[in-house]
Design a protein around this ligand. Structure first.
Ligand code: SF4
Length: 423
């Protein structure tokens, strides 16, 4: 077995966890653009929990079990070489169990005698040795990858419930995703050129989605999907809840990944203000970074103004936080619970017929939101809001969603004029 002791991503294959399939594909393409052999981690299947369970104590949250189980699937493959393997593993310092993922993964792989496996975070310096000055390029392309994946998912979800030929939207989605990933991964081009290439691929995607033959029927009840970021995006973890919503006559609109990025940016600014550093080089850096990100996002989404009419995103994350404020102010609550709450009201304002909060079992975000949603629902005239918990075991998802959709349809009938238009 070849040994690679270097703290470098070069000469390794980097596996990106599939929070969403399209997100992992686009992020892998971003790494490919700077010469890293990156690919999405295998998706979850019946082996995932079996492999993870051998190493877990049982109190880990679902995203941790799914991510680790899928890493072990890589480790089972015939050509696996720990010295040539790297896993992307973001981390955080907060109270949430997310901060446990990385130390636990490192410990387990070490115990397995595979300590040469490398773990890298998207913003850490680990593993970027050898990339030289390209880490900055990666961050910028990575942001564009997030925006592009969000746009494709939005197109998919707003189109599929109305397709005349079952399966056509999924096919168009996959072809479009391939084209967008090719644009993101193009090596040796300037930032400006890459932005144009991705924007052009997204325009092609828009046209392909527009060309899908739709059934002639009124708009379906719109269901906002909020909740824990991994669980809501990962089809394996949430048992494809969006397809179940569609099966029972709904249309889903899921909160973007970019929303979380904007929230963390805003929190960074807030921390600087709280520390009296409103006028500082750090604050200037934040502002410059955000203005570059905003410009890239505007350019990539320019083509969708008409298509996303009725599905507009807030101009600034503070709009979501303001909506959350009467129930869960950001000063006393943090993270996904605040966003899920505010975003639920945003969906209501856009004419949604209900909100589903997708949460891993025992996750504090879902538990706290579940305590607050009844008050929000009452204030919004009985707006259907429900937390669906997932723990990797069989559930009554089908019948529970069916009941929820009946409530949402009833609510939509009472409030029929509120939803705007579908391009
Ligand atoms: S938010 Fe909840 S489910 Fe997600 S990592 Fe944290 S504890 Fe786990």
């Amino acid at each position: 077995m070849a040994v690679n002791t270097s703290n470098s991503l070069l000469n390794r294959t980097l596996y990106i966890p599939q929070m969403s399939y399209e997100g992992a594909r686009c992020m892998a393409a971003a790494f490919q653009s700077i010469g890293i052999a990156a690919e999405p981690n295998p998706p979850g299947d019946s082996q995932t929990y079996e492999l993870a369970r051998k190493y877990l104590a049982g109190d880990e949250c679902l995203p941790e079990a799914v991510t680790l189980g899928n890493f072990f699937k890589v480790a089972q493959s015939e050509d696996y070489d720990p010295a040539r393997t790297a896993f992307m593993m973001p981390t955080s310092n907060g109270p949430c169990r997310f901060g446990h993922y990385l130390p636990l993964a490192k410990k387990i792989f070490k115990e397995r005698g595979e300590g040469e496996v490398m773990f890298v975070g998207p913003s850490s310096n680990d593993g970027y040795e050898g990339i030289g000055g390209r880490a900055g390029d990666l961050v910028r392309t990575g942001w564009r990858a997030v925006v592009a994946a969000d746009a494709l998912r939005k197109l998919l979800l707003k189109t599929r419930p109305y397709e005349a030929a079952p399966g056509e939207t999924d096919s168009v989605f996959h072809v479009s995703l391939d084209k967008v990933c090719r644009a993101i991964s193009t090596p040796g081009v300037s930032h400006k050129r890459r932005l144009d290439l991705i924007a052009n691929a997204l325009e092609d995607a828009r046209d392909a989605f527009r060309a899908i033959k739709k059934i002639d029927q009124p708009l379906k009840p719109l269901i906002g999907i909020v909740g824990e970021i991994f669980c809501r995006l990962n089809e394996f973890s949430n048992e494809s809840i969006i397809r179940v919503v569609e099966k029972y006559g709904g249309e889903a609109w899921m909160s973007d990944v970019s929303e979380w990025v904007w929230y963390t940016n805003d929190e960074e600014e807030k921390r600087l203000i709280d520390a009296g550093k409103q006028l500082s080089f750090k604050m200037l850096g934040c502002k410059v970074k955000q203005s570059v990100m905003r410009a890239d996002e505007r350019r990539l989404l320019k083509a969708f103004e008409e298509d996303f009419s009725g599905y507009e995103e807030p101009h600034h994350i503070t709009q979501v936080l303001e909506l959350s404020k009467p129930y869960l102010p950001r000063e006393i609550a943090h993270g996904e619970m605040v966003i899920s709450l505010g975003r639920s009201i945003w969906y209501w304002q856009k004419g949604a017929a209900g909100v589903i909060d997708v949460s891993p079992f025992t996750c504090m975000n879902g538990i706290i939101c579940e305590a607050v949603y009844p008050k929000v629902s009452r204030d919004l005239g009985g707006f259907p809001m429900r937390v669906f918990y997932f723990d990797g075991l069989q559930s009554n998802l089908d019948s529970d969603v069916e009941i929820f959709m009946e409530l949402a349809k009833h609510y939509a009938q009472k409030n029929h004029a509120r939803r705007t238009c579908r391009a």
